[in-house]
Structures are given as C-alpha cells and as structure tokens.
Design a protein around this ligand. Structure first.
Ligand SMILES: [Zn+2]
Length: 255
C-alpha cells in the first residue's frame, strides 16, 4: 500500500512539466550531464524532479534556498542512481545547506566557519549536510577527483543496510565477498600511502576508515574513471558492477 501510494505520487511529480530554467542548472552545474546519452539525460531529469520534490530542503546561516541549489545537488546525487530503478535515496529526508564550510562541535551541533572545517556530512538518521561554497567549487573544477555531493550521497548508499561501514551488496554473494577483499587490500595500501606521503590517485582521506574509503573511491570513480581503471583495475570493475554503468563513456573525448 505504501509503495503504491509512493509510486502514484512520483508519477504525479513526473507529470509536472520540466522547468526550462532547470535545464541550464543541469547543463552548467552537473559535471557529467553533457556526456550522458539522451536516455540517461531524461532519466536524470526524472530523478532530479523526484529528489527536489520529495526532500525537505533547508538553507542555514542565512543561505536562501533556491531552485539552482536544489537542482544542482539533486542532479549530481542523481548520477549515482542512473543504473538503478525506483530508488531515490528514500532514507534521506532532509538536505541542509550552509553557505560556507561547516565545523562540527561535539556538544553544540553545527557551527559555521572556523579552522577545523569540513564540507559535508551524511547522517544515518536521514540528513545530508552540505556547504554550498564547496559544491560550487566542485562545479568550477570538474574532473579533479573531488566531488562533495557524490561523496556524501555515496555514504547514503552505503548506509542502506543500516550501517555506513563500506560493505556493499552486489547482485551475487561472490561479488559482495570479493568487494570486501579488494576494498580491504586497497584500504590498507591507501593507509600506507597516506602514512608515507606516497603519490595516490585516491585521496588520503579515504584511509580514515572503510566508509570514507568507499565515499572517496566513488568520487574518483565519477571524477577520474580512466585513471582509476588504469591504476586500480579491479576496484574500478567492482564499482562498475555496483553502480551499473561505466562513467568513462560520459567523459569528454580529449580526456
Ligand atoms: Zn565522508
């Protein structure tokens, strides 16, 4: 019954005409949009409409929430869902956006600015917190390996099993087990690289724990897929299986 009414509501959302202004937000602010096939672009428009409509969007610390902010975040997060059907980060109910990087105090909640800042968070309880300034920086510097929205929403996918711990569920058990082996070996290698300052395609932040490893690997998968395939071939292949697409097909040909 619940699914039936949810599906009906989503059909209604998709009957709403696609606002023409939103097209330029996807074209200009979602780095892969121009590289998608026409079918994938259509699907991303649908995903964007549903995420924009279903989530609570709140601008904090004086940030005025706008369609551009919603469509940029929903469209980028939607890239993660292009390979699946009928899933729209259902456990995420609220997206909080700060104008600038945020600092988390242990007792006082979230505080804007400060030295020890970071750019976003995904909470198991269903909230995603993002800094708009960092989202915009990722738009301005496409394909540099960093993408905050991809990072935080990858945590949300990781949390579908009730725990953000980097263990993923594939279509078959053997692949899920292989993921754990490959992920562990890559995680240990990244820890060693971070400890000794060795060059690494994957950001050192991924050496924090297995959850961060998956989020960082996902950023690299979307942002630098060719290099990831070249340098971490099995990890890349498993991420293709997990997401059900190969982002190399979306990249500009000169890359
Ligand atoms: Zn993270």
């Amino acid at each position: 019954m619940f699914n039936w009414s949810k599906n009906r509501r989503r059909k209604r959302i998709l009957q709403t005409p696609w606002p023409s202004a939103w097209e330029s937000f996807l074209t200009n602010n979602v780095n892969h949009f121009r590289g998608l096939s026409a079918i994938e672009q259509d699907k991303l428009r649908d995903i964007t409409q549903i995420i924009v409509s279903e989530k609570n969007w709140e601008g904090l610390s004086g940030l005025a929430m706008s369609d551009e902010i919603k469509v940029t975040i929903a469209g980028t997060a939607g890239l993660l869902l292009l390979g699946v059907d009928d899933y729209y980060f259902d456990r995420v109910n609220t997206i909080l956006v700060f104008p600038n990087p945020i600092r988390r105090e242990t007792t006082d909640g979230l505080i804007v600015g400060g030295q020890a800042h970071h750019s976003g968070e995904a909470w198991q309880g269903g909230q995603v917190v993002l800094s708009w300034q960092d989202v915009v920086n990722d738009v301005r510097r496409p394909f540099n390996g960093r993408n905050l929205v991809i990072h935080e929403f990858a945590h949300c996918l990781d949390g579908i099993d009730g725990e953000m711990g980097g263990s993923l569920h594939f279509d078959d058990l053997a692949t899920s087990e292989r993921w754990l082996q490959v992920c562990n070996a890559e995680f240990e290698a990244l820890k060693t690289a971070a400890q000794h300052g060795l060059p690494s395609l994957l950001d050192y932040y991924g050496a924090t724990n297995m959850a961060e490893f998956f989020a960082v690997a996902s950023e690299t998968f979307f942002e630098n897929p060719r290099q990831l395939k070249h340098q971490h071939s099995e990890l890349f292949g498993l991420l293709v299986k997990y997401y059900h697409f190969d982002p190399r097909l979306w990249m500009p040909q000169i890359r």
